[in-house]
Design a protein around this ligand. Sequence first.
Ligand SMILES: *Cc1c(COP(=O)(O)O)cnc(C)c1O
Length: 222
Amino acid sequence: MTETTAERLNAVRQRIARAAAAGVGRVPSDVTLIAVSKTFAAEDIRPVLDAGQRDFGENRVQEAQGKWPGLKEDYPDIVLHLIGPLQSNKAADAVALFDAIHSIDRPKIARALAKEMDAQGRKPKLFIQVNTGEEDQKAGVLPKEAGDLLALCRDELGLEIAGLMCIPPVEEEPAIHFAFLHKLAGELGLKELSMGMSGDFETAVELGATYVRVGSAIFGDR
Ligand SMILES: *Cc1c(COP(=O)(O)O)cnc(C)c1O
């Protein structure tokens, strides 16, 4: 018998709860599960909505525009997270559709978002993405530049930054990167940590994640 997406969703929720219980001073409600639905169609997403999941993640603005407006009509309390790289010419669309943006990684994007949030009167929750592995082609601000980007967002642009996000290098031990992001957020006075995917979300929860982004463990292989 093959598992349904609702069953896989529940299994992921239980694993998060267990990992949270294992962490010192943590409760499962500290952690928000973002179900990453990229590449999956609205019909694949509906059973997960019916199972009670409301936070979803997409990595491309254009793809999200194709499937979420219709779903939002049926489920008005959906919380949509942009977890992929953002181009400044897509900032208006991103601000209009998403409730959280996890991928601020340079001044140009911060400025474009500030302008659009002001124009549209919308305030998505914002995260700065940090390239913790300092990989050449990876999105994210370098760790040593994160403080300056945060200062620009807050002091010059008036943006409220909720926390930090990272995607560890595939070939490295993720725990090192999660612990590092946790420490950096503490130094910068930020509370939220967006970290952990299907292969490592329990480790992320144990190391302080407040948002985990889980795709294939819920929806199956892409
Ligand atoms: C696709 C994606 C995820 C989810 O990955 P899985 O391994 O399928 O859980 C998480 N975060 C980001 C930024 C992604 O692009």
